[in-house]
Design a binder for this molecule. Structure first.
Ligand SMILES: [Zn+2]
Ligand SMILES: [Zn+2]
Length: 260
C-alpha cells in the first residue's frame, strides 16, 4: 500500500504514520469498556450503542446535509435544492453522522483530548458510509486520500493531525493510498469557529497550497479530502479549489460528522 508520510505531519504523528503499522488491537478491537455506556464488550463502543446512535438518514450527495424524509415508496431525491442551484466544487460529500452526541464527544476525544486511537473506529464508521454512499451514486472510489492539513503551529500544539489519523486508517480500510505531503497549509489562519459565517471564506483565501514539487501527484488524479467535521464547508471548499487548480480530475470530501 502506497502510504506516504514523511512530511511534517508524519513527523508529528504520534503513531508510526503508516497504515501497515496500526497495532493489532486497533485493527481487531480488543475486549474493553464501551466508550459510551461503559458496558463490557469488543471494540471502542458496544453493539447496543452502535445500533442506538448509528444514523440511517439520507443525505444530499453533494453537501451531506440530511434530506427531508419523504414517501418511502418514492425514490429519495439525491441532491438538495441549494446544491442544484449552486453546486459545490467537489463531486461528492460523504459524512457518516450528524455532529451530535455521541459523535461530537468522540471527535473531541480524537481532537482535543489527546486520544488519536479513537480515529480507528471512527474511520471504520466513515469507510462504511463511503461504501454505502458510492453504491447509491455514480461516483467511484478515489485513487488517493488527502487529509485537510493543519498549520505548522497548530500541528505543534496538538502533536498530530486528526485528519491524517483518519485518512491513513481510511486508506487501510478501503485499499487507497493516503498522502499528508501534497496539500500544505502555509498560513496560520484564525480559528474558523471564532468567525461569523460570512467571514469564513475570506479568512481561508490562500490558506492551502499544493506542494509545487508534487503537483504531478495531483494532476489527473481522483482525490478525496478527509476531515473530522464538515461545518459550513468553507475549509473543504478552499482546499478543493486548490487541488482542482493543481489539476485534480475530481475531488470528493469525506468527514466523520456534519453540522446541520
Ligand atoms: Zn455501549
Ligand atoms: Zn446539498
Amino acid at each position: 500500500m502506497a502510504v506516504v508520510c514523511a512530511s511534517i505531519q508524519g513527523v508529528w504523528t504520534r503513531l508510526s504514520g503508516t497504515a501497515e503499522n496500526l497495532s493489532a488491537s486497533e485493527r481487531m478491537g480488543l475486549p474493553g469498556h464501551c466508550r459510551l455506556c461503559r458496558a463490557w464488550g469488543i471494540g471502542a463502543w458496544c453493539a447496543a450503542c452502535d445500533a442506538r446512535f448509528r444514523s440511517a438518514a439520507h443525505r444530499c450527495v453533494r453537501c451531506a446535509l440530511v434530506l427531508p424524509a419523504n414517501d418511502p415508496a418514492a425514490p429519495a431525491p439525491r441532491v438538495c435544492g441549494p446544491c442544484l442551484r449552486r453546486p459545490p466544487p467537489w463531486s461528492v460529500a460523504v459524512c457518516a453522522e450528524d455532529y451530535a452526541f455521541p459523535w461530537d464527544r468522540l471527535i473531541a476525544d480524537l481532537k482535543f483530548h489527546d486520544q488519536p486511537e479513537v480515529a480507528q473506529p471512527l474511520a471504520e464508521r466513515l469507510a462504511q458510509a463511503v461504501r454505502d454512499a458510492l453504491e447509491t451514486s455514480d461516483a467511484a472510489l478515489p485513487e488517493l486520500l488527502v487529509p485537510v492539513p493543519l498549520s505548522a503551529r497548530r500541528l505543534r500544539e496538538r502533536g498530530y493531525n486528526q485528519a491524517w489519523e483518519l485518512a491513513r486508517r481510511l486508506g487501510a480500510a478501503l485499499g487507497i493510498g493516503a498522502d499528508a505531503q501534497l496539500l500544505l497549509r502555509p498560513v496560520d489562519t484564525a480559528h474558523q469557529a471564532t468567525l461569523p459565517r460570512a467571514e469564513r471564506e475570506r479568512n481561508l483565501r490562500g490558506a492551502f497550497m499544493v506542494d509545487p514539487a508534487r503537483r504531478s501527484a495531483v494532476d489527473g488524479r481522483r482525490i478525496a479530502l478527509v476531515d473530522d467535521v464538515m461545518t459550513t464547508g468553507a475549509t473543504l471548499r478552499e482546499a478543493t479549489l486548490e487541488l482542482l487548480r493543481a489539476g485534480a480530475a475530481e475531488v470528493q470530501v469525506w468527514a466523520i460528522a456534519r453540522t446541520a
